[in-house]
Design a protein around this ligand. Structure first.
Ligand code: C5P
Length: 313
């Protein structure tokens, strides 16, 4: 064999070996990936773009054994100008878990199930969308605040497995819906304890329900450390703090295998108007939240196929 032929044959062998190994490696990774859940496509761990941001070590929910760092508390206390200290926070959380489940009622991931989640924001773009049946088709349907159902079933569906709220946005729930509290101050934790008991009589920046009807065993409380992570990592510290809706999307990326997002997007004047009411404050914009940054990240997540975004009508 002359030298040229030798080089050619060696190159051919190396290429064949590379293709053989490369092919089997990717097949192996694909197999691993699909075996993590029973959806067509699971939110993958082998994705550098997502892995740069999605920190699975951050607990989305508080539990009796979890200790919030003082550093995270100091970030959280600035959101709604909390004056009380870390010790008071900790004793309040201890009281909380004497009343509510010590660990959150989460569906564990399994190769046998697909945790398909619909996250439903409150945007006016849901009107006329006919998304109702599609939303209800999901195993988990996460709604937020006072998002209405009655009269809007065709566009928003009727199923709610989780409703995110804070005291100022609280509504009564049926017995099978998880109440997911997003706490922004120590008083919000106290509200939860009192609203399920003798009644809350404190004051806030707007009227607050004194009592709440909901299943005590399905209460979950978001970790202030998770809120900080969403603000610092996902929003790169933009805006005062993330909106409820944006935190809900990131929460879904942490607890679901497949995420479908509905009801996000400002109206044509840039206001976060609701599908069930005429906007009262025409200068609302997106409040203290970095609405356009949040929207762009949702678009980017959709582009990267990490979630499916239904932009409405
Ligand atoms: O207004 P509210 O806070 O109850 O809405 C829930 C969430 O839905 C917001 O935090 C925001 O993320 C999202 N939203 C939106 N566009 C709107 C209204 C709300 O993206 N027009």
């Amino acid at each position: 064999m002359n030298l040229k032929l030798k080089v050619f044959v060696s190159l051919l062998c190396v290429t064949a070996l590379y293709l053989l190994l490369g092919g089997s490696t990717s097949e192996y990774l694909q197999l691993q990936d699909t075996s993590r859940c029973a959806c067509d496509k699971c939110l993958t761990e082998n994705d550098p773009w997502l892995m740069q941001r999605l920190d699975k070590s951050v607990e989305p929910f508080l539990s009796a054994n979890y200790n919030l760092s003082e550093d995270a508390f100091n970030w959280w206390k600035r959101l709604q100008l909390e004056r009380r200290n870390y010790r008071t926070y900790n004793t309040t959380v201890d009281r909380l878990f004497q009343m509510f489940p010590p660990s959150p009622d989460l569906i564990e991931s399994s190769p046998d199930r697909c945790r398909a989640c619909a996250v439903v924001g409150n945007s006016g773009n849901l009107i006329g969308s006919h998304y109702g049946p599609l939303i209800d088709f999901h195993d988990v349907v996460i709604r937020m605040n006072t998002g209405r159902i009655k009269g809007y079933e065709a566009d928003v569906g009727i199923k709610t497995t989780h409703r995110i709220m804070y005291p100022e946005s609280a509504i009564d729930l049926d017995n099978s819906t998880h109440l997911v509290l997003f706490p922004f101050k120590i008083q919000d934790l106290e509200w939860l304890i009192k609203a399920f008991g003798t009644g809350f009589s404190g004051r806030s920046y707007m009227p607050v329900k004194s009592t709440i009807k909901a299943n005590k065993d399905l209460v979950m409380v978001t970790n202030p450390g998770f809120m900080r992570y969403v603000h610092e990592i996902w929003l790169e510290k933009k805006g005062k703090y993330p909106s409820t809706g944006f935190m809900a999307v990131i929460l879904a990326l942490h607890i679901c295998d497949e995420v479908h997002v509905f009801g996000y997007g400002a109206d044509r004047d840039g206001n976060w108007s609701h599908y069930w009411e005429k906007l009262k404050d025409t200068k609302l914009k997106t409040g203290v939240h970095p609405g356009s940054n949040e929207y762009n990240i949702i678009l980017q997540l959709a582009k990267q196929q990490k979630l499916k975004f239904y932009t409405g009508w």
